[in-house]
Design a protein around this ligand. Sequence first.
Ligand code: HEC
Length: 192
Amino acid sequence: MFRFTLAVALPLASALALATPAAAQDTCEIAEDRFEMDEAAVTALYDCMSDRMFEGYTKEGNEIAGEYRDWQVTATRAAVAGPHQNRFLLTFVNEIGAEQYLKFEEDIEMPVGTILAKESIGGRDGEARVGPLFIMEKVDDAPEFGNWFYSGVQPNGKELKISQKFCHDCHGGFDFQDSMGYPVEEVRLTAN
Ligand code: HEC
């Protein structure tokens, strides 16, 4: 009798094991060496995280979060640049700044009213997590910060607490291109 039970229980256990890959799809995977992920892997990661990012950023009704997905995307896919904590980054630009931004030029000045919104995906141990939405808005009354107003939205939709100085201490290093870092060259969307 005991033997018989065991013989029945084992196939049942392996049938259950077969069911686990479905559950694993809830995890969007990020490689241990994210710089080594190829285009297809990064695109799959982005597709897996896309709704999660948008749902998170818009949770508390942030206005820019609700709009940026309708703006001009600036790269062919998300990519890791290094800064912004090695997260995968993808920037969108509103209509006011789109034409200028997509030139990816030096000696450029963005029109007042330009808004740049950058999604980010972070994570560790193979599991991707939504990172903050980083925002820069061109203004005319903040010369000490290159006339940019920096802000952000957390993955839970709440405002990201930041310091203008912290963001601009790094972005100001790109003062030769209006304090913008631009996406890494290999993914820049060409205007033509
Ligand atoms: C250590 C340097 C560094 C710091 C600090 C930093 N950034 Fe950036 N940021 C960059 C670089 C480099 C890029 C371009 C890389 C990319 O987008 O792929 C960039 C890109 C951006 C972009 C996309 C527009 C563009 O081309 O520059 C936004 C928006 C942005 N950062 C917002 C912020 C905000 C908000 C903060 C403060 C919370 C901040 N950044 C802090 C280096 C930095």
